[in-house]
Design a protein around this ligand. Structure first.
Ligand code: AMP
Ligand code: ZN
Ligand code: FE
Ligand code: FE
Length: 286
């Protein structure tokens, strides 16, 4: 089984890279990628654990870029020691820290008494993601679930206006990944909430910027969406990939490693790792 979209507690997942890769192995995954948000700090230990279990491992990252509220680009086969990438990650860690202070103030204005310590309890003192806030809100009974916290506080127009951190342009996100030796893939296209013609047009633009693939099989894609994204990948000669977006049951309770939601993923298509390996190698040569 293949899962190329996995988060650890180096970003907003629940488990350490070692724990996560052990769980992936136990779930029957043979090809894995860790794609933490704006950080590569989990790659070395994830890679070591995956290799020890005989899995094929792609070092990855997920970068949020401007354009649409949630436009995310996955990078595969990146060099985690690339100076440009590390500089990018350091900048975004600082921006997350600023956003963290703004978020606390924003919530306090609404009478929500969440402290930095409450958030830190959920994130091991590492970078702060919105899911950490969501978990703190649930722990303090300000929301009934992580999803409820997102709906009420973390995806509102006011959040995006007043609290959200600066994000790179799509072209810059793609360039950072490619300059670090990676393959750039559009994450979970359904999240863009675009009709097919608009998505088609966006793909043309992103491909011109260097996009190489589309995450076609994804836990929250319907069979119709998957078919549409597969057709678009073929149309534009882009790679297609698969991933669960596992974060752990405390963050995304319905999403399981490899199998997705109620077994809707379970992807084994050998073309996926083969084409990705080829694309990573091609980049090595240039
Ligand atoms: P951040 O990078 O800190 O802004 O947070 C990104 C995380 O928030 C990812 O794990 C997303 O899956 C999650 N996320 C974004 N939008 C939503 C939403 N509407 N509902 C639940 N989770 C979301
Ligand atoms: Zn996440
Ligand atoms: Fe994402
Ligand atoms: Fe993700």
């Amino acid at each position: 089984m293949i899962d190329l979209h996995i988060h650890t507690n180096c970003s907003d997942g629940e488990f350490s890279p070692e724990e996560t890769l052990r769980m992936a192995y136990e779930a029957g995954i043979t090809v894995a990628a860790v794609t933490d948000h704006d950080t590569v700090s989990g790659i070395a230990s994830a890679s070591k654990t995956a290799t020890a279990f005989g899995m094929l491992f792609f070092p990855g990252i997920e970068i949020s870029v401007q354009g649409g509220k949630e436009l995310h680009i996955l990078g595969y086969g990146i060099d985690p020691a690339s100076p440009g990438l590390l500089e990018f990650c350091a900048k975004h860690a600082r921006d997350r820290s600023v956003r963290c202070d703004k978020m606390l103030a924003y919530l306090q204005e609404r009478g929500i008494m969440i402290t930095l310590e409450d958030v830190r309890r959920c994130n091991n003192g590492k970078t702060t993601g919105r899911p950490h806030f969501a978990r703190a809100l649930v722990a303090k009974d300000y929301a009934s679930s992580v999803q409820d916290a997102f709906d009420r506080y973390l995806t509102t127009p006011e959040f995006y206006d007043r609290v959200e951190r600066p994000k790179p342009l799509p072209a810059d996100g793609i360039r950072i990944i490619r300059e670090a030796g990676g393959v750039a893939v559009l994450a979970h296209p359904y999240q863009l909430k675009l009709e097919e013609p608009a998505l088609d047009a966006l793909l043309v633009q992103l491909k011109e910027m260097g996009l190489q693939g589309i995450e076609t099989y994804y836990s929250r894609h319907t069979p119709q969406q998957t078919a549409c994204y597969l057709a678009l990948a073929k149309k534009y000669d882009l790679l297609y990939t698969c991933g669960s977006d596992f974060h752990g049951p405390g963050v995304k309770p319905d999403i399981a490693l490899g199998t997705g939601i109620s077994g809707n993923l379970c992807i084994t298509d050998p073309m996926i790792p083969e084409q990705l390996l080829q694309a990573v190698k091609k980049k090595d040569k240039t």
